[in-house]
Design a protein around this ligand. Structure first.
Ligand code: FAD
Ligand code: SF4
Ligand code: SF4
Length: 482
């Protein structure tokens, strides 16, 4: 065992410094500072180099965590970068926004033994940020260019990861996106205080420098059909994410002042990117001076409450029908939100949005809940407490109940595209191919609303299967031509 490691007994867990809540809620910059070199080395050296690394087993990408921690502890950062980037196309992004408490860090052996986890995500972010600063991140130069081309629909993390992997193999890659910018939810969903926009733009530039072509403002199914793209490319990847907001299904849902979470977040993200947005200018999607109620308990809800705080909301309440321990969002984000002044109404199920005479939102009524017996999935389902109805005053209500897939067969006018009962694309799990030959799928549109790290994993897997498919196509064409 190298002398540098196993320091968890003598060195305490230390996260990078977190900006003071009073100060950080004034802007949209990230809240954690970068590790200074010595601190990253020190924290990496806490790893006990487990023979069976549970951290790695619980990372969807199977990142070789113990090895890059050891290289970091030894100050061999360029090697750490090469190792880290060999399994992950955006380590600096996953290091920032993976819910590590539920993945790698939550399974770290020294966390389980009460010493506090190795700060894996922060070290991962530090390694690649340092690599960019030092010019170690070089554009992809494939050993040989191929004449086959790939069309990717969707410039989110799944599309990004697949594009990079396919460029490494020498394919000509074009990404089509309906938005005016690349990044998917990384650019327009996730706010800057979790992931600064420059980090996403840097990845986009890296792909451009690697020869990936981006075609923006192209809504496949509207601007161009899937059929046309299939004729142009040797294989296609659908990585369109999930964007249909779930409804509240309660009286008053249509009241003026009730908004879908993504409308609110996209507006705020566009402002951070320097755009002018009319619905913000008019005050409609600006929380400033308002009492804001956000309904939901996932990552999207957390991002909405913290965005509202930064816009200068008078009060922000988050209503969620289960308790803190049973919410889907990250516990770390809840703590951050509480520090910034968000009030959580746990075990609270909204029943109606009440309107003023003017038609604007006046309040949200809700019922207090208690947790019943666990259901089949082991989760305790909430039950209403009789006579516990109450009201929260509100000027703005944000629906953050999650997302479902759009009706892709209809949108793409492709009846042959088969979806599952939740509307996500059905694939052959052995090769991620959809029901249409040569058309593959990755990310949220295939697995339902999930995480960035899973989108990256799917994008990498899809690239591998597309490569096998195109190689076979090429061989078949050659035989036919002989
Ligand atoms: P997306 O990122 O959604 O990208 C899909 C792209 O396809 C978009 O750019 C879209 O414009 C484009 N597209 C869609 N339809 C078409 C079409 N017809 N034609 C052309 N282009 C099209 N995950 C985490 O791991 N950590 C977090 O902290 C986190 N926070 C989140 C916060 C919010 C507010 C939201 C909504 C999600 C969050 N997630 C988080 C989840 C994560 O963002 C997604 O799981 C991930 O982005 C999915 O990647 P994707 O590539 O499948 O799709
Ligand atoms: Fe942990 Fe996510 Fe990095 Fe994997 S990709 S090591 S889960 S932070
Ligand atoms: Fe190191 Fe924790 Fe992974 Fe073990 S589980 S190898 S201690 S990071």
């Amino acid at each position: 065992m190298p002398e540098k490691m196993l320091k968890f007994v003598s060195i305490e867990k230390e996260m990078p410094e977190k900006r003071d809540a009073k100060n950080r809620k004034q802007d949209f910059h990230e809240i954690y500072a970068e590790y200074i070199d010595a601190k990253a080395n020190e924290q990496a050296s806490r790893c006990s180099q487990c023979g069976v690394p549970f951290c790695q087993q619980h990372c969807p990408l199977g990142n070789n965590i113990p090895d890059w921690l050891k290289l970091t502890a030894e100050g061999r950062l360029e090697e750490a970068y090469l190792m880290s980037s060999s399994t992950n196309n955006m380590p600096e992004i996953c290091g920032r926004i993976c819910p590590q408490d539920r993945l790698c860090e939550g399974s770290c052996t020294i966390e389980q033994s009460g010493h506090g986890t190795v700060t894996i995500g922060s070290v991962e972010k530090y390694i690649t940020d340092t690599a960019f600063e030092n010019g170690w991140v070089q554009p992809v130069k494939p050993p040989k260019e191929r004449d086959q081309s790939v069309g990717i629909i969707g410039a989110g993390p799944a599309g990004f990861a697949a594009a990079e992997q396919l460029r490494r193999l020498g394919y000509q890659v074009t990404i089509y996106d309906r938005y005016d910018r690349a990044g998917g939810l990384l650019i327009y969903g996730i706010p800057g205080f979790k992931l600064e926009k420059e980090i996403v733009l840097r990845r986009e530039q890296y792909l451009k420098d690697s020869g990936v072509e981006f075609v923006y403002n192209t809504d496949v199914g509207v601007t161009v059909s899937l059929q046309e793209l299939r004729q142009k490319h040797d294989s296609m990847l659908i990585a369109t994410g999930v964007y249909k907001a779930r409804d509240l299904n309660m009286p008053g849902e249509e009241t003026h002042g009730v908004h879908a979470a993504l409308d609110f977040l996209i507006t705020s993200n566009k402002l951070s990117l320097g755009d002018k947005v009319d619905r913000f200018e008019s005050g409609e999607l600006n929380a400033n001076g308002k009492r804001v109620v956000v309904i939901g308990g996932g990552d999207t809800a957390m991002d909405c409450v913290r965005t509202a705080i930064r816009q200068g909301a008078k009060a922000v309440t988050c209503m969620y029908r289960r308790d803190r321990d049973n919410m889907p969002g990250s516990q770390r984000e809840v703590r951050n939100a509480e520090e910034e002044g968000v009030k959580f109404d746990w075990l609270s199920a909204p029943t109606a949005v009440v309107a003023k005479k003017s038609g604007d939102v006046k309040s949200v009524t809700a019922t207090r809940m208690k947790l019943g017996l666990p259901d089949a999935s082991g989760r305790r389902s909430p039950e209403p407490i009789e006579g516990s109805e109450y009201e929260v005053k509100a000027d703005m209500v944000i629906k953050a109940l999650g997302f479902s897939p759009e009706d892709l067969p209809k949108l793409f006018n492709e009846e042959d595209l088969v979806v599952n009962r939740w509307g996500a694309l059905k694939v052959n799990h052995a090769n991620l191919m959809t029901s249409i030959d040569g058309v593959f799928a990755a990310g949220d549109i295939m697995r339902g609303a999930s995480l960035v790290v899973w989108a990256v994993k799917d994008g990498r897997d899809a690239a591998e299967h597309m490569h096998a498919y195109m190689k076979a196509q090429k061989a078949a064409n050659q035989i036919a031509a002989e």
